[in-house]
Design a binder for this molecule. Sequence first.
Ligand code: ZN
Length: 496
Amino acid sequence: MKNIFILLLLTLTTTLTFGQTKINYKIFYSDNLQNEGLKIQVLFSSKKASDSTYFRYSNEVWGETNLTNCLILIEKENPKYTFKILADSNRIVVYHPHEKNISFSYHIIQDIKEENHKARYRPQLRINYFNILGQSLFVVPEEMIEPHIEDPEIIADIEWVNFPKNFIIHNTFGSQQLSQKLKVNLWSEFYNSLFVGGDYRIKSFNYLNNPVYFAIRGNWMGEYTDEHLFEALKKTISTQREFWQDNNFDYYTVIITPTITQTDSLYKGQSIRGSSVANGFLIQSTNNPFNSFLDISYIFNHEMMHDWIGGKILMKNGDLNKWFSEGFTDYYTYKNRLRNNDISLKEWLDNFNLDVLKAHWENPERNKPNYIIQDEYWTNRNIEKIPYLRGAIFAFWLDNQILKKNNYTKSLDDIMRDVLKTCTTENKQFTDELFLEIAQKYLDKDVTYFFQKHIIIGVDFEIKNEDLIDEFKIEYIDKVPKIIVEKEMKNKYILK
Ligand SMILES: [Zn+2]
């Protein structure tokens, strides 16, 4: 009896998995994009007939609030249907005739008058282009978002209808594909994506047979030519995929969009930000004659590092693991740029001394414990900086320890690849314990106490000369540490 019951249960589970629901989206072109927005028609078959269905639409994404202002439902386009938007619950209640098949359309519009570098994640739709995060483009039936599954799989067909031939359609799932069939996870992929179209320019290349796409729009100034940026991307791809010894990316894209363009030389500042999404990353920046190439190449290196740290190596404890997910990412941003000659030894040294060590010691909140990052990361700029800098300093200390202990045959690079391998092949998520356990193998000593003291509690690092490889010395100026390079060190510090 018991056996039959288990068998029945098994069959039932299998049927449920196979009976997965699918959703269709048809996205229509309009030659009046800036006013009408994009019209999206949804077609969905619910598992059971009823007269109302809940759809998710995120009211808050990446710090942008009131996003339901960007979603418009037009009654005469949807006869027999009525709608209620419950912004605080991220929900649209769709009232429809009593049946399983639901079909309605909505528009996504730009709700702010002009491009604004502070509203960078809101939908942008002008006559000649659009730029919309996946989460702000698609409503998803709540029925497809099973609450007990952390990152449910979504099957979605997307069709781009009536778009003129020269209107580029490009996104983090494909380039120039007017019909897209996606089978992806909701939170880490479908809702962690960017969809753009219009006057973007596309370039692509293959890295060891895997395609990489570069999409850019706008008339960039200074050193930001398409060719220069494209070359920087190529260099970053080869450096990082070689570093991780991993080229397992079927599709990859970087999308660059200007926020505000100022041709005069009145304002010399630049507001630039990179954000990691599924299968690539996006960069949004102000555009003026003083665009800094060093800044954008920093972002290329930082964001791409997240393909692994945070992408393939998933953080179990979110913000509490930021000392690794941001700190080690930043450490390797500097180290890999030195490795591929993106920056000189002097620039690397200046970066590390000024932007990491000095910046950390000047932060009045630097001794705050790690748990505070969970509560104040998004609201306090000084708290936000802590995990980046504290983590990068820990990485530097650890790298030196491993190089010394293993007589320059192993470095922190080996730990990183070991962490990647453990997390991907053993299906584990990153935890402090997992990291310390792997680190111990390379040091034959336990660094848990050091880690607790400086990363978790927040006591200042006391780096001594004997902690570092012979090529480095440390000196303290007004208690702020500074690295000095004693002799040619690049070949010792960076192992092939
Ligand atoms: Zn980052």
